[in-house]
Design a protein. Structure first.
Length: 620
């Protein structure tokens, strides 16, 4: 047996551990050690994502696609180049003072050319850097989104995360929105925070040269004060950014649901109630947004930049008043003042820029918390799934033709007993119907059959599930993909990977009594999104799902009230046809009229008990 990866599932009842529901999060987020740890996790993902076998500095094309290393280096290199140009532009006034005070016309004209060159150079380098920053943000978004999406949309993980990890709100929002915002704040902050220390070191040295120790010392005290103040100001903003994004997700989800259930709401005239709910949700969201604006106010009204300009003249004043430049004439002196004040001003400017990043840093910290929290939840889910597979194996057997529940006990995620010591063997042709009152656990048994819910005791054996060929599940609410009619039939395979002829589609439509559908759509390959739900009534949608079964002809068809909205004639027709194709039925139904299509009847009582009986053959 493999070694356990954690002690999470140590208890006798792993299901309770697995699905414990956190209350509404009351955590606080800040610019602390956890932020640093989470941020470096993202950095590692960006420079060396899992699956990249190359060194992160490798120049191999595939390695370059999977890492931001080279793009990042080019960006930083470009930023350094721009700073060199800035330095020479900064010295221009000093040289002009000197040329003008000495009335050197030839020198003045000759100096104009490099000046124009420098200014154009800066303009071009700024637009190149802007462009590169855009590419960097794009790549950060692509790498992070692909990584999270691959970990989220995968068997069992998505189901467990969405249904059992309520503490992680809106995973969709985190993947589609928060990563994008994170990439943008990273782009804004990255060059500043990487280059600023280098510039600080260089201009400290230059400033020391001008004013001695006292100049840089004054600037450093100024910076330390600024950092302490801004850190205190940012701390509460990180939290607000996190919760604003949480409520952003809730608000968007509420609107998605309004669209999804538009007809039910309209039938029950629930618009006023729904509008009140939407207002509440918006108001909570805006409260957090307002709180960010409020808390950012002192950050924005800092006077560091202005104090900095006074400080630069104070530093230049030191050598002047101490007589260091007493031997210089006024022309030379104004040139020296200009040059030296640029050096100290630029050092102060760099510090100011670092302090000004505080606002952006609080955004970055908020988005980092949202994205990495999802990653951490996915780690937990993977860990739980792995531990459950060790303790309660769910067997998919390539050779097996049989489904078997062996002494299975099931608890719901809220620890309600669903079934105890359940034994059932389903051979080919053993058509089974599960019955019982609402909430007694019929669908839960199918969940265990699909491996979605682990059993707390016993084992489930199923034939290998290959692309819908062995078992197909049809839930009560049909799942229609955003795609063409061909896609609907071929699901879960992508239509382009298999061949279904037009003739075959027509014949399937005829079998499920949907031939008229061909007249409603442009072609079998024309993609529709939400329109499927409008074009087909619920009963027609259920019929279309049977076309999927008749195309794949699996060994077992698991029908969970999959005919609940059909007329009886169509229901009879589809059940008969399914049996004619040699498909074994495992049904859940409240319609006694369909019992006759089955051989055995499993009745659950809702208290964990069950009985199995034969269904006499009745004339069709
Ligand atoms: N995701 C979940 N979290 C917590 N409890 C759940 C979850 N899904 C189902 N349950 C609970 O498990 C129990 C069995 O539910 P199940 O869906 O299997 O009932 P059912 O017999 O199929 O009901 P119906 O006839 O109404 O479809 C119910 O009490 C339900 O509340």
């Amino acid at each position: 047996m493999r070694e356990r990866r954690s002690s999470v599932v140590e208890s006798l009842d792993p299901l309770i551990e697995l699905t414990s529901h956190d209350p509404q999060p009351t955590r606080t987020y800040s610019l602390d050690y956890i932020f640093v740890k989470r941020f470096f996790r993202l950095v590692r993902l960006l420079f060396r994502p899992p699956g990249n076998t190359y060194r992160f500095w490798s120049t191999h094309r595939e390695a370059q696609q999977k890492s931001i290393f080279w793009l990042y280096c080019t960006f930083i290199f470009g930023s350094c180049g721009k700073e060199v140009l800035v330095y020479f532009v900064g010295l221009m006034p000093s040289r002009f003072y000197s040329l003008l005070t000495s009335k050197d016309l030839t020198g003045f004209i000759a100096y104009m050319f490099p000046c124009f060159f420098l200014v154009f150079g800066i303009a071009i380098s700024l637009s190149i850097l802007n462009f590169m920053g855009g590419l960097l943000a794009l790549k950060v978004r692509r790498l992070l989104t692909e990584h999270l999406q691959d970990r989220y949309v995968k068997p069992k993980a998505m189901y467990t995360l969405v249904l059992n990890h309520e503490s992680v709100d809106n995973p969709d929002q985190r993947i589609t929105q928060d990563i994008d915002k994170l990439s943008e704040s990273l782009r804004e902050i990255v060059s500043t925070l990487i280059i600023a220390p280098l510039l600080v070191a260089y201009y400290t040295w230059k400033c020391w040269d001008v004013s001695g120790f006292i100049g840089p010392a004054m600037i450093y005290v100024y910076f330390i004060l600024g950092t302490i103040i801004s850190r205190r100001l940012i701390k509460p903003i990180v939290n607000s950014v996190f919760y604003k994004e949480l409520h952003e997700g809730n608000f968007r989800f509420l609107h998605v649901r309004l669209r999804q259930y538009v007809e039910s709401i309209a039938f029950s005239s629930g618009e006023i109630e729904e509008n009140a709910r939407a207002h509440n949700s918006l108001s909570t969201l805006l409260t957090y947004q307002r709180s960010i604006i409020n808390k950012s106010f002192p950050l924005n009204c800092n006077s560091f930049a202005y104090i900095g300009s006074i400080l630069s003249y104070m530093i230049v004043a030191i050598p002047i008043f101490t007589g260091v430049f007493d031997d210089k004439d006024p022309g030379e002196l104004s040139s020296i003042i200009s040059k030296n004040s640029f050096v100290s001003m630029y050092l102060i400017y760099q510090f100011t820029v670092i302090i000004e990043q505080s606002g952006k840093l609080s955004d970055l910290a908020g988005y980092t918390a949202r994205v990495v929290e999802l990653l951490e939840a996915m780690d937990n889910v993977d860990n739980e799934i792995e531990n459950i597979e060790i303790d309660y194996p769910y067997r998919e057997d390539d050779q097996s033709e049989t489904i078997e529940f062996e002494n299975v006990s099931l608890l719901s995620p809220r620890s309600k007993v669903v079934v105890l010591g359940f034994n059932l063997k389903i051979n080919k042709g053993d058509h089974i119907v599960l019955t019982g009152p609402n909430g007694c656990g019929k669908t839960s048994i199918l969940r265990a059959l699909a491996g979605l819910w682990p059993c707390t005791k016993g084992r489930v054996h199923v034939p290998k599930m290959k692309h819908g060929k062995d078992i197909i599940f049809l839930p009560q609410v049909p799942y229609l993909v955003h795609g063409s009619l061909r896609d609907q039939i071929s699901y879960p395979s992508i239509a382009s990977t298999i061949y279904i002829s037009d003739q075959e589609i027509r014949s399937l439509l005829q079998q499920v009594h949907l031939s008229h559908l061909e007249g409603l759509i442009e072609s079998f390959d024309h993609a529709y999104a939400q329109e499927w739900n409008k074009m087909l009534s619920p009963g027609e949608q259920q019929r279309l799902m049977f076309a999927r079964i008749f195309y794949w002809k699996p060994r077992f068809a698991v029908l969970d009230e999959a005919t609940s909205t059909m007329d009886t004639a169509t229901e009879d027709h589809l059940y008969s046809l399914t049996k004619e194709f040699g498909i074994t039925l495992i049904s859940v139904s409240h319609h006694p009229s369909v019992y006759r299509f089955h051989k055995r009847h499993v009745a659950l009582d809702g208290h964990g008990n069950y009985t199995i009986g034969d269904i006499p053959d009745l004339p069709a």
